[in-house]
Ligand binder design. Structure first.
Ligand code: C2E
Ligand code: MG
Ligand code: MG
Ligand code: MG
Length: 277
């Protein structure tokens, strides 16, 4: 009996593993055609000024509506896209899409805020990254002042000289630079001395545990670090009023999270910009 049960459990895990492998395979296979078939879309999550509670910016977040698998989260496919190099064309699509939206909103008289997009390490390292950005901005006649890029530490430290040059070029266009997921990489933060960065995004892992003394101390320190370096701080993954109040007491400049608003589609986002949260 025990032996049979053991075998069933084994078969169960075997089946789960098979499903996972199959899903990953399916994702890899169909990622290539997802762009052509226009299966991606962008959602926008507001970023809120801690003091005034006004929307000061938004983060563009990609979604993939797979015809068979349903909604696939970026957590599941960005890594796959990064490994295969497909992140480069996908990233270009994100740049085009964000600029097209901004153009449309400006023309429609929507009270706009800066929209930040995520740039993965491989996309950042692509030699045409800046040229492509320049090209799209000039084609859509959108000013870089409406755009921000979020890069992780790991995207920067791979080639510090290249990163420095790239960041300078982006800033010349008026594009803001935010460091995403700050504190989760195991890099030293000495690179912050060499980079003109606008904002540090405190990773949601620290925000989640902020009620614990040590995590709270880290959050506090990152906010001071940002301010001492003339940068702004923003906390991501703010889910409760308690977290929000604590962040305010630490002097965190901006906040983003479900407590204020989750990511929303274009129509809802315009509504938020027009009539507030
Ligand atoms: P990220 O840039 O750190 O984005 C924050 C993630 O936290 C988003 O997940 C967002 O939906 C989620 N989030 C927002 N508020 C809360 C909250 O209060 N609680 C919790 N638990 N989560 C919250 P999402 O949209 O699934 O994206 C995951 C990651 O995928 C992003 O992390 C980013 O690294 C990557 N990603 C998303 N869109 C793009 C894109 O267009 N290009 C690239 N290269 N990467 C992207
Ligand atoms: Mg981000
Ligand atoms: Mg983040
Ligand atoms: Mg993250």
């Amino acid at each position: 009996e025990a032996k049979r049960k053991g075998k069933n459990t084994y078969q169960y895990f075997d089946q789960k593993l098979n499903e996972r492998i199959h899903r990953r395979f399916e994702i890899e296979k169909s990622l290539r055609r997802a762009l052509e078939c226009e299966e991606f879309k962008l959602l926008f999550q507001p970023q809120i000024d801690t003091v005034t509670k006004a929307i000061t910016g938004a983060e563009a977040l990609i979604r993939w509506e797979h015809p068979e698998l349903g909604l696939v989260s970026p957590g599941e496919f960005i890594d796959v896209a990064e490994d295969s190099g497909l992140i480069v064309p996908i990233g270009k699509w994100v740049i085009r899409e964000v600029c097209a939206y901004i153009k449309k909103w400006i023309d429609a008289g929507v009270p706009l805020v800066r929209v930040s997009l995520n740039v993965s390490p491989r996309q950042f390292q692509d030699e045409n990254f800046v040229d492509y950005f320049t090209q799209v901005l000039s084609e859509t006649r959108v000013s870089g002042k409406w755009i921000g890029v979020e890069i992780t530490e790991c995207g920067i430290i791979q080639d510090v000289q290249y990163a420095q040059k790239t960041i300078m070029e982006l800033r010349k266009m008026g594009i803001a630079i935010d460091i995403d997921d700050f504190g989760t990489g195991y890099s030293s933060f000495s690179y912050l001395m060499d980079f003109p960065v606008d904002k540090i995004k405190i990773d949601q892992a620290f925000v989640k545990d902020m009620h614990i003394e040590k995590a709270g101390a880290i959050v506090k320190s990152v906010i001071s670090l940002a301010h001492n370096l003339n940068m702004l701080s923003i906390a991501e993954g703010v889910e409760t009023e308690k977290q929000s109040t604590l962040l305010a007491s630490y002097g965190c400049d901006e906040q983003q999270g479900y407590f204020f608003h989750g990511p929303v589609d274009e129509v809802e986002f315009i509504g938020l910009l027009t009539s507030g949260l």
